[in-house]
Design a protein around this ligand. Structure first.
Ligand code: GKR
Ligand code: MG
Length: 429
């Protein structure tokens, strides 16, 4: 049967998703974080799903794009990236100056972050139309399950008093014992074998002690520490020296390629990044200077699943490792990450995912992680199903918000507890 794969409708649903009080160098997560769910519906009534960042600047770009997708075919993925999308430049802050957590912000990266959700939705729709999983559309999986790492955070037991938030029973983790307890629970629940600690929160000696405690509790398990560029070169080298025997890699110890290159020259501990190599334009200098040994791709800002494969090929060519970065995301993105990760031959490091921290989702069934792995779905498309009631409830929360939570701002969330808080200058230590 010939299918009509013309896009007849595009639905954009901004939502607010519960997020625990996870700490990072800029502040603390808001009680609710914005995401955008994209549905691309074909003339035949097949719906493809995509997901991306949901802050206002992404929405402003997604809305006019949605109109321009009508009449195109879900198979026309390459030409999506030739669409001329006008970005309001005032929305593109220089994140390096404010110590941003996901590297430089450019108009192009903003465009790619929105287009990636459309690309994923188109691939989901194609897969459903053809009866093929997304990994098959990407050339086929080379593994049946993708390994993920536990993503440990320093955290408070609850958001500040008086703030509307969803409660959880994880308790506080503000010292080595708390971090180890969190890691044990993650291992019990999901079987994770490697552990990443989000650092840059406490003075480096305290974070070194936490990683040491993890190494004692989980001997031989790969460990990572990621202060999001909060340290100077000297501090980075000191931490690398003290943890050299237990670290799988150190992630973005210092900010930017020149500083990372200096750190890299002074240590044998591999350096990973989701901050200094976040666009194709940044690869040449970083690889030429041997500033990073592992690139953590985020299919949202790299521009989708096929761009992630291109990135993986470049990394393989230059002998640089690849794995996946994660930011607060739901099951649609986790499914997309798992499909693309399953197709990358040289994936040798467990991928990151915040997903276990997200108690809410828009799917009928959450993705299951067993033995630290997520099975690669062979069902048509992404292999996930939208739960419309859940989507509507999370959208209602977004619609009822007075605007304070629609743009993620970890420093503003921190000011609720510490009124004088400003985003720390980098390097912080
Ligand atoms: O959500 O607090 C956080 C993380 O710090 C996140 O924003 C980073 O982008 O997880 C990310 C990372 O690996 O740097
Ligand atoms: Mg990172």
């Amino acid at each position: 049967m010939t299918r009509d794969l013309t896009i007849a409708e595009v639905r954009l649903t901004p939502i607010l998703v519960a997020d625990p009080p996870l700490l990072n160098t800029q502040g603390v997560h808001q009680p609710y974080t914005p995401r955008l769910i994209v549905e691309v519906v074909t003339a035949d009534g097949i719906t493809g799903l995509g997901e991306t960042y949901g802050d206002t600047k992404y929405l402003e770009l997604a809305r006019p794009l949605a109109d321009r997708l009508i009449g195109r075919r879900v198979t026309d993925v390459n030409s999506l990236f030739t669409l001329d999308l006008a970005v309001d430049e005032s929305r593109v802050e220089d994140a390096v100056d404010v110590g941003g957590l996901r590297g430089v912000q450019t108009a192009d990266k903003l465009r790619l972050s929105v287009l990636s959700a459309v690309e994923v939705a188109c691939l989901d729709a194609q897969g459903k139309a053809l009866g093929l999983p997304v990994h098959a559309l990407l050339g086929g999986k080379v593994r049946d399950a993708v390994e993920y790492s536990a993503y440990l955070f320093y955290r408070w037991a609850a958001h500040p008093e008086g703030v509307r938030a969803e409660a959880d029973d994880w308790g506080a983790a503000l010292d080595p014992a708390g971090v180890v307890a969190q890691a044990r629970r993650f291992k019990e629940l999901y079987g994770f074998a490697s552990f990443k600690l989000k650092g840059g929160v406490f003075p480096p000696d305290e974070e070194i002690a936490a990683v040491r405690a993890l190494a004692e509790a989980f001997p031989g398990h790969p460990l990572r520490l990621d202060p999001n560029g909060a340290w100077s070169v000297a501090t980075s080298l000191k931490v690398a020296k003290e943890l050299a025997d237990v670290l799988e890699y150190l992630e973005d110890p210092a900010l930017g390629t020149p500083a990372m290159a200096e750190v890299s020259a002074g240590t044998d501990v591999p350096l990973a990044t989701n901050m200094c190599v976040t666009t194709f334009a940044e690869i040449k200098e970083a690889f030429a200077r041997d500033a990073v040994q592992v690139v953590l791709s985020d299919h949202h800002y790299w521009g989708g699943l096929r761009n992630t494969q291109h990135l993986a090929a470049l990394c393989a060519t230059f002998g640089v490792g690849i794995s996946m970065h994660s930011n607060t995301h739901l099951g649609i993105s986790l499914a997309a990450m798992t499909h693309v990760a399953s197709t990358v031959p040289g994936l040798r490091h467990a991928c990151d995912s915040h997903y276990p921290w997200q108690s809410e989702d828009v799917l009928t069934e959450r993705l299951a992680c067993r033995g630290g792995r997520i099975a690669v779905s062979d069902a048509p498309g992404l292999g996930v199903e939208l739960d419309r009631e859940k989507l509507a409830a999370l959208h209602r929360r977004w619609a009822e918000d007075d605007g304070t939570l629609r743009d993620r701002d970890d420093a503003a969330a921190m000011r609720v507890a510490e009124p004088g808080w400003v985003t720390p200058a980098v390097p912080r230590w």
